[in-house]
Design a protein around this ligand. Structure first.
Ligand code: URA
Ligand code: CA
Length: 435
């Protein structure tokens, strides 16, 4: 087999075979095929696309390029959730204990964040003592015992994806549905889940800004998952404004606690119930979405979800008393209000810019090894569609510096107030279960 022929075949619009896909993935992983040939093939894929079968084969080849996590010693159907990323997305912190509380095993492998706030592990590490440095055996034992555990990423997962993603970044081939879908799904599948719930975000703060693009990506990923034998479904949710009210690591832990108590922000609670219901059904812990949702809602109000969160924190060294005493979480030195400059209705809260403001406060990492400040961030008091009076606080900034002129300017520029009525955006745009 020759790489030249594979490039030519895709260039001319033909479907590649499983063997051809495996040939270029294996060859590239082993450095036997040069960057320039893979670049040419990626550009051909960008223009000629791949059918569902090719996409599944590409995903499977990337999964097999490195280690795969074996979760078979965990009892039950392991369901993982993946979000395509947004601002202030606290759902994992809530969903993990919430679905565990109705019997779904949650074996979460997570990473540190890059960008506007930390990742799930950074957020959890704002709980004093909590750590994810546990062995694989401990991880599996914890999930069997408590139904939920989080471990840091280890091993050599999907090295082919790492190399290809790096190449796409410099060859203008990131924005391609088959390449994005296979990249995301390969990582989820290598992490060992039996079933996968995808939260594909759309709107100004999302990777897929337009609804039809988000649907196309969701459909592509659902098709891949089901073709490689992992039950997969996708929820398309709104990211035109930040999710919930809190943006920042410890602030989001506080928000997760409130939500697990049944008194969290409406949008965040609704998204968690929507995603959670799908997870519970895929794990076969309920026969219908309605039954799953009723179980989850009950546990948000009877204390079981919160209790599950305490057990989870304690089992990984965390001080579970933060749940009843949130002042034990890292605290910022300054709390500063941002008053509205005019009266009206909130028309826009540009999620990306709010994320940038959180970065400027120190809540996120600009580079992989940067230190982050777990205490800082902001809490929104108004969301799109809410009325506001001049002088009323739009949000509270939590900072460890008094010099906030630039942050304030960024925030004022990201929030617009209209004199007309504005309706709140739809939160759940679609649910995709088959391609
Ligand atoms: N996220 C990924 O993991 N891969 C992509 O290709 C795009 C976003
Ligand atoms: Ca939030």
């Amino acid at each position: 087999m020759r790489m030249y022929d594979i490039i030519e075949k895709k260039r001319d619009g033909h479907a590649l075979t499983k063997d051809e896909i495996k040939f270029f993935i294996d060859g590239y992983t082993k450095n036997e095929i040069p960057d320039y040939q893979v670049s040419a093939l990626l550009m051909a894929i960008y223009f000629q696309d791949m059918n569902h079968e090719e996409r599944a084969q590409l995903t499977q080849a990337m999964v097999e390029s490195g280690d795969q996590i074996d979760l078979s010693k965990i009892n039950g159907i392991k369901v993982d959730k993946h979000s395509t990323g947004g601002v202030g997305d606290t759902t994992t912190l809530i969903l993990a204990p919430l679905v565990a509380s109705v019997g779904v095993p949650v074996a979460k492998m997570s990473g540190r964040g890059l960008g506007h706030t930390g990742g799930t592990i950074d957020k959890l590490e704002s709980v004093p003592g909590f750590h994810v440095e546990i062995s694989n055996d401990e991880f599996i034992d914890l999930v069997n015992k408590n139904k939920v555990a989080v471990v840091g990423q280890s091993g050599n997962l999907t090295p082919a994806d790492k190399k290809i993603y790096g190449l796409r970044d410099v060859t203008a081939t990131v924005n391609s549905i088959p390449l994005i879908a296979s990249s995301i799904m390969s990582k989820k599948i290598a992490s060992g889940a039996d079933a996968i719930v995808l939260d594909v975000k759309t709107g100004a703060g999302a990777f897929m800004k337009k609804l039809d693009e988000a649907k196309e990506l969701a459909t592509a990923m659902v098709a891949i998952g089901n073709k490689v034998g992992r039950n997969t479904m996708a929820v398309i949710s709104d990211m035109s404004q930040p999710l919930g009210n809190a943006i920042g690591n410890a602030l989001e832990v506080s928000e997760a606690i409130e939500t697990l108590r049944g008194s969290g922000p409406k949008d965040l609670t609704e998204l968690c119930l929507t995603l959670g219901s799908q997870m519970v059904v895929l794990a076969k812990q309920a026969e219908s979405i309605d039954e799953a949702r009723a179980k989850l809602e009950a546990n948000l109000h009877n204390g079981k979800a919160l209790q599950q969160f305490k057990v989870f924190l304690e089992s990984q060294g965390g001080d579970a008393s933060v749940v009843d005493n949130p002042e034990k979480l890292p605290q910022a030195s300054y709390q500063i209000e941002l008053p509205a400059k005019s009266s009206g209705t909130i028309a826009e809260i540009v999620a990306d810019d709010i994320g940038t403001a959180a970065m400027m406060l120190g809540a996120g990492r600009a580079t992989k090894d940067a230190e982050i400040d777990l205490a800082v961030g902001m809490v929104l008091h108004k969301k799109i569609g809410d009325k506001v009076n001049e002088g009323e606080s739009l949000l509270t900034i939590y900072a460890n510096s008094e010099n906030l002129d630039e942050v304030k300017e960024k925030l004022y520029n990201s929030i617009s107030i209209s004199r007309d009525d504005v309706t709140a955006p739809t939160l759940i745009h679609d649910i995709i279960t088959t391609a």
